[in-house]
Write a protein that binds this ligand. Structure first.
Ligand code: 9MR
Length: 465
């Protein structure tokens, strides 16, 4: 019996489309395109079905890339303004406010029906130099004025504000920013009060990195939130940035999200990316896919984890390579906008599926030659996860008029139009990201079957010899 797995079906369809595209580029006689699959849902739609959002950050220079904006506008339910709501852009000199660049992104998101997170009001970075020169006795007023002006400007248009960003060091002590030094510990609470007064409806977040797992830094944020709740300081949420490393997702992430939720605040994963040491390999992609799936499932497991935002969605515009030389490939779309295994793992997790026990596999069917009355094809079987699989079964329905003569590097069973190919004795075990191929010769037109599906293991039908 084959487990029905909606995400796997979608992924197989995607691979088939890729196979078709490759084919149509190389062959004069082209098989007809498969029908569009009614169950193709975007990440935004899948998240919405779970009562969450799935979004992407973006930045102004990218908006002239039409291929980029097409996916940005269709795949996501939420947008974060990646740079141009920061102080450097919005109050470049004291008392002179400029929202032109930020407005461009908010307008675009609104025209696409997407919600917007504001990022960020008070941060030590991307701060214009004049702020550093404000006398200590004036900085609290300057900070309040900045917050009041910006929050008021976007009032009613944003769902969340990152009110204060990155105020803690790794050891849990306060970062010695200009605000900390000149205003003191109270500046964070004061910032939240000013934001609430300016827009009582926007949800107010504290946002930081390396607080996804339990440790000294997340403990410090936890204690702050606890004390804000006890003292009536208006905080609604904690943003865990989630700039993660493949193979190193903190084991305590779900427990950590839950403990913040238990304080009575929402949690959002606000800047998710999962980087790797370059170059990409199939095994690293598989590890990364597992990691993305695990992070999404950790969020879905906590009802107050309200949404997930990628820190941009394509490697073309990722911040990672410029800051971590030799690392990158952190996002679910590559620099040419091709979806990686990570994309499919996110879709599967949002659909409620986990990786199948013992892994998961895909099959890509490619016609390698054709002649009057016959053809050969090659099927690539790939383990999409990091856990090894010890066997695989590929099935499809024969397109009308086709029959199969023989298969090599696999064991064939045909039952009416139902084809089953199981691994041979020597090619069943595939490590994380590993792949193998089998070949076949068929009679009839070289139409590509529409439902090629891979299942790990050899559970269906007669056992392989
Ligand atoms: O993606 C942002 C990049 O374009 C800026 O140069 C950088 C400046 O520090 O900020 C990046 O975004 C950061 C975000 O605002 C806060 N968390 C870390 C993000 C990545 O550095």
């Amino acid at each position: 019996m084959f487990r029905h797995h909606p995400a796997r079906g979608r992924r197989t369809a995607g691979l088939l489309v890729t196979a078709l595209a490759t084919l149509s580029a190389g062959l004069a006689a082209v098989a007809p395109a498969p029908p569009a699959h009614a169950d193709t849902a975007t990440l935004g739609e899948l998240a919405e079905a779970k009562g969450r959002y799935f979004g992407s950050a973006t930045d102004n220079p990218e908006l002239s890339d039409t291929r980029y904006t097409q996916i940005l506008g269709s795949e996501f339910g939420q947008i974060t303004v990646g740079n141009t709501m920061k102080w450097q852009y919005t109050e470049p000199s004291r008392g002179r406010f400029d929202y032109t660049a930020a407005e461009e992104i908010v307008d675009l998101a609104e025209s696409n029906g997407q919600s917007v997170r504001g990022h960020t009001l008070v941060w030590h970075n991307q701060l214009p130099s004049w702020v550093g020169d404000v006398p200590a006795g004036e900085l609290l007023d300057v900070m309040r004025n900045h917050i009041t002006h910006e929050v008021d400007h976007f009032k009613g248009r944003l769902i969340h504000w990152d009110v204060v960003n990155e105020a803690f060091e790794e050891d849990g002590s306060r970062r010695q920013s200009v605000f900390q030094q000149k205003i003191g510990d109270s500046y964070i609470a004061e910032a939240f009060k000013a934001a609430r007064a300016a827009d009582p409806d926007a949800k107010l977040y504290y946002n930081d990195y390396n607080i996804e797992g339990i440790g000294p830094k997340s403990d410090a944020v936890y204690e702050m939130v606890k004390s804000f709740k006890a003292r009536g300081v208006p905080i609604d949420g904690v943003g865990m940035q989630a700039h993660l490393i493949a193979g190193q997702v903190p084991a305590s992430i779900q427990r950590n999200i839950q403990r913040f939720a238990d304080l009575g605040v929402d949690v959002a994963l606000t800047e998710l990316d999962i980087r790797m040491t370059l170059p990409r390999t199939a095994a690293k992609d598989a590890q990364q896919a597992d990691d993305y799936g695990a992070v999404v499932r950790a969020c879905l497991a906590v009802s107050r984890c309200v949404g997930i935002t990628l820190w941009d969605y394509t490697d073309k515009y990722s911040w990672v390579p410029s800051v971590f030389p030799g690392e990158g490939a952190a996002l679910p779309w590559d620099e040419n906008f091709a979806k990686k295994p990570a994309y499919h793992a996110i879709a599967a997790a949002l659909s409620g599926g986990g990786p199948a026990p013992g892994g998961d596999c895909t099959a890509t069917y490619r016609v390698t030659s054709r002649w009057q009355g016959g053809f050969t094809a090659e099927v690539t079987v790939r383990n999409e996860h990091s856990a090894p699989i010890t066997g695989w079964t590929v099935t499809w329905t024969l397109p009308g008029g086709q029959s199969i003569g023989n298969v090599w590097n696999g064991n064939l069973t045909v039952n009416g139009r139902n084809v089953t190919v199981r691994n041979a004795g020597y090619n069943g075990t595939l490590g994380g990201g590993g792949s193998t191929t089998f070949g076949l010769q068929g009679q009839g037109a070289a139409d590509i079957p529409a439902d090629v599906t891979c299942t790990p293991g050899q559970s269906a039908g007669t056992p392989a010899q």
